[in-house]
Design a protein around this ligand. Structure first.
Ligand code: GUN
Length: 299
């Protein structure tokens, strides 16, 4: 039987530390930590995410600002808003919710955020710092940072001698996750839709990270005995057993069959998900401390 990693509980402990840092910042500087979240269009899932980010920011004692822009906002209008936020000293962190409507050049928008305010860790300066092993002065993308925190809770800070497999190669998750594991001395393989014999690669992994967006793709016979399995997938699938037209959330890992083989495993929901928001708050604290010339806390 695996240890089921309780992401909610770990996230709550991170949030407690963030609240303490946020209070200390206010006492020492007289200012609140400021986070601006920008959302364009009507996508209900994105709105739900942004609402939870705003709520959590308030709970952490931040000045939480949300900019909600209509679907037909132009690239230039959004660039202008980012420029205004870049120049606003009361805003320490800026997040533009993705995906943006199709007519935007999303990369140009993300790259226009000042790297020191890029709490998503998506600016090439932050991606480059992570790639070159500078974990001290950059900002790390929230979902990989949260997943890595869970891996550290199981294995400690040094992953020497352990094989890690990351399935998925996105800029938002797969690439930074692989870099974090490598920085911690794991032997890292990255796999993706064009890889040959994924199950065989997975069976080598002491740490198996799945981020592909395919419901329950990872099966029990992919999992090495005692492996740590981190499931980053959030897939909504029909759940007729709950009633007609009902849905449920499942990960990229077939949890029920993999759990008996794993040493530790994250559930969906309640695993990596809650960590993402916690690490966004952590990155916002870090940006504020650095901006004030103070040593940023570590989470
Ligand atoms: N949409 C889904 N996940 C994310 C994220 O981590 N950051 C941003 N900006 N948008 C997202």
């Amino acid at each position: 039987m695996a240890t089921v990693i309780d992401g909610k509980q770990v996230a709550a402990s991170v949030i407690e530390a963030i609240k303490a840092s946020s209070d200390a910042f206010k006492k020492e500087t007289g200012d609140k930590i400021g986070l601006a979240v920008v959302i364009v269009g009507e996508d209900p899932a994105s709105h739900a995410y942004v609402t939870s980010k705003g709520k959590m920011a308030k709970e952490c004692g931040f000045n939480s600002i949300q900019h909600t822009l209509p679907e037909d906002t132009t690239q230039q209008d959004l660039l202008s808003l980012v420029a205004t936020l870049n120049n606003d000293a009361s805003i320490h962190g800026i997040l533009v919710q993705l995906p943006l409507p199709k007519h935007f050049d999303s990369d140009a928008i993300i790259q226009s955020i000042l790297p020191q305010k890029d709490v998503d860790g998506l600016h090439i300066v932050n991606a480059g710092k992570l790639a070159t092993g500078d974990l001290e002065t950059g900002l790390i993308s929230c979902t990989p940072a949260g997943s890595m925190l869970l891996v550290r809770r199981i294995h400690g800070d040094d992953l020497s001698g352990l094989n890690a497999l990351v399935i998925g190669r996105s800029n938002l998750f797969g690439k930074p996750m692989a870099q974090l594991l490598l920085n911690a001395n794991a032997t890292v393989t990255m796999a993706h839709s064009r890889s040959r014999d994924l199950p065989a690669l997975a069976r080598q992994a002491d740490i198996l990270v799945a981020a592909v967006g395919r419901p329950e793709m990872v099966k029990a016979d992919w999992v090495k005995d005692g492996a740590t399995v981190i499931d980053v997938g959030i897939n909504r699938v029909p759940a007729p057993e709950k009633g007609e037209g009902k849905n449920k959330l499942v990960g990229d890992v077939a949890f029920a069959e993999c759990e008996p083989k794993a040493g530790a495993i994250t559930p969906v929901p309640g695993g990596v998900g809650p960590m993402t928001i916690a690490m966004l708050m952590a990155n916002t604290v870090i940006t504020a401390y650095r901006c004030a010339g103070k040593v940023a806390p570590k989470f």
